[in-house]
Ligand binder design. Structure first.
Ligand SMILES: Cc1cc2nc3c(=O)[nH]c(=O)nc-3n(C[C@H](O)[C@H](O)[C@H](O)COP(=O)(O)OP(=O)(O)OC[C@H]3O[C@@H](n4cnc5c(N)ncnc54)[C@H](O)[C@@H]3O)c2cc1C
Length: 386
């Protein structure tokens, strides 16, 4: 008889967003093909479907810069790497700086980023206005710009990872929620699904905003929580050219970037409590549009055509949780990306595959990102969470 869902696998991955599919792809690329990905919904319809798709080398910690750099070959050359067009736009990220403290901090971090090979530049306000015609720059002290930053479409990346993994033998089941994590003798033994069980010595929690719920099935408490984030979309308008970079006003927290003739606008609401309820708040939208009009008066002529919300999976220090657990052999997590999980997903797959297959990630030391770092008193703070 044909076995549809196997009774056992070498690795079970929970979640088929960009992260779970990337891990599956990289395991398969290393020859570990007895891998089953279980997705309760459909591929890339969680946070990966809700994201803005940005990637940047401008972070405040070397490890976040390196995670993007390791991901760049996939994001900038997906047709060659993944056999797929992921609609990459290499239009740069522009950070606008209007107070002394931020300017000093960004200057210092620019030096760190350049040392790591990122082509980040300091710009005078006039040069920022050349990149984004219509920008108000009279209050700026300067800006930082990296032309190799940009954006792409996360669902296309997840689909490409999944297809390439399936070609090598990985199996991906959608509409298949994991309801149980089987644990015995200090080791993970597999997972329970609605109609049975899959035995596996290795289980990876890549469940995005639900990763803490999945970890709880294994008796673990993850230091991460989902927080709702809102994005608003303008109708097409010509006052700001579509070649503009993704622009971040550091003082207000506003970001905007071109999309299909219009713009996406957003800002993280720091007062938003953790929780798994999506919502779009008109008053927040008005606040965000007001900030956009103040920074680039051309936005006053734009019509808001829609918006959506989704979840950042936040950790207390703004860095991902990547790794295993001392008291539960075989269980790994890759979550808590704090709004950066798309751009760090290719690197995450590469590094998790090394950790699982070799016992340690060697391309980049990810021990600083181990999920137990908070309990051990070793958080590392990312300052540029947008
Ligand atoms: C508005 C917004 C803007 C963003 N902008 C950016 C950006 O510009 N750049 C960037 O890098 N990142 C950005 N992000 C973050 C990025 O989208 C996420 O970090 C990334 O998509 C996380 O991918 P994931 O695979 O971990 O999670 P997901 O895509 O959520 O995948 C997890 C999957 O697990 C499944 N799952 C959950 N529980 C179970 C279960 N019990 N059994 C089976 N399956 C389960 C879910 O259905 C889901 O499909 C943004 C996010 C939002 C919301």
């Amino acid at each position: 008889m044909v076995e549809i869902i196997p009774k056992s696998a070498e690795v079970v991955i929970i979640g088929a967003g960009v992260v779970g599919t990337s891990i599956a792809y990289h395991l398969a690329a290393r020859g570990c093909t007895d891998v089953v990905v279980l997705e309760r919904n459909r591929i890339a319809q969680g946070a990966s479907g809700d994201g803005a798709g940005g990637f940047r080398q401008q972070f405040s910690t070397p490890i976040n810069v390196r995670l993007t750099q390791l991901s760049l070959p996939y994001l900038l050359d997906a047709p060659a790497r993944l056999g797929a067009d992921i609609e990459t736009r290499r239009q740069g990220y522009l950070f606008l700086l209007s107070d002394e403290a931020s300017a000093a901090e960004f200057r210092a971090n620019l030096a760190m980023q350049r040392e790591l090979g990122a082509p980040v530049r300091w710009l005078a306000p006039r040069e920022a206005a050349e990149l984004v015609p219509g920008l108000r720059v009279d209050d700026l002290l300067g800006a930082t710009f990296c032309p190799d930053d940009g954006w792409a479409r996360p669902p296309l990346v997840a689909a490409a990872f999944a297809r390439r993994a399936e070609e090598r033998g990985v199996r991906v089941f959608e509409g298949c929620p994991v309801t149980e994590v089987l644990v015995e003798g200090g080791r993970v033994r597999g997972v329970g699904i609605q109609n049975g069980r899959i035995a596996a010595p290795i289980v990876v929690d890549a469940a995005g905003p639900q990763a803490a719920e999945v970890a709880a099935l294994a008796g673990l408490e993850l230091p991460a929580a989902p927080v709702c984030r809102q994005v608003f979309r303008t109708a097409p308008f010509a006052a700001i050219p579509p070649r503009a970079p993704l622009t971040i006003d550091v003082r207000s927290g506003l970001w905007f970037r071109p999309h299909e003739g219009g713009f996406w606008l957003g800002k993280s609401d720091e007062a938003e409590p953790p929780g798994l309820t999506k919502h779009l708040d008109p008053a927040w939208g008005e606040h965000v549009v007001g900030l956009a009009c103040a920074r680039a008066p051309a936005f006053t002529g734009a019509r808001i055509a829609g918006g959506w919300s989704g979840f950042y999976m936040m950790t207390p220090d703004g860095h991902a949780l990547l790794g295993g657990f001392p008291h539960l052999g075989g269980f790994y997590c890759a979550t808590g990306f704090s709004g950066h999980g798309f751009q760090h997903s290719p690197a995450t797959g590469l590094l998790l595959a090394e950790l699982i297959l070799d016992g340690a990630a060697t391309t980049l030391d990810i021990r600083p990102l181990r999920p137990t770092r908070f309990a051990e008193g070793e958080p590392i703070v990312e300052r540029y969470v947008v």
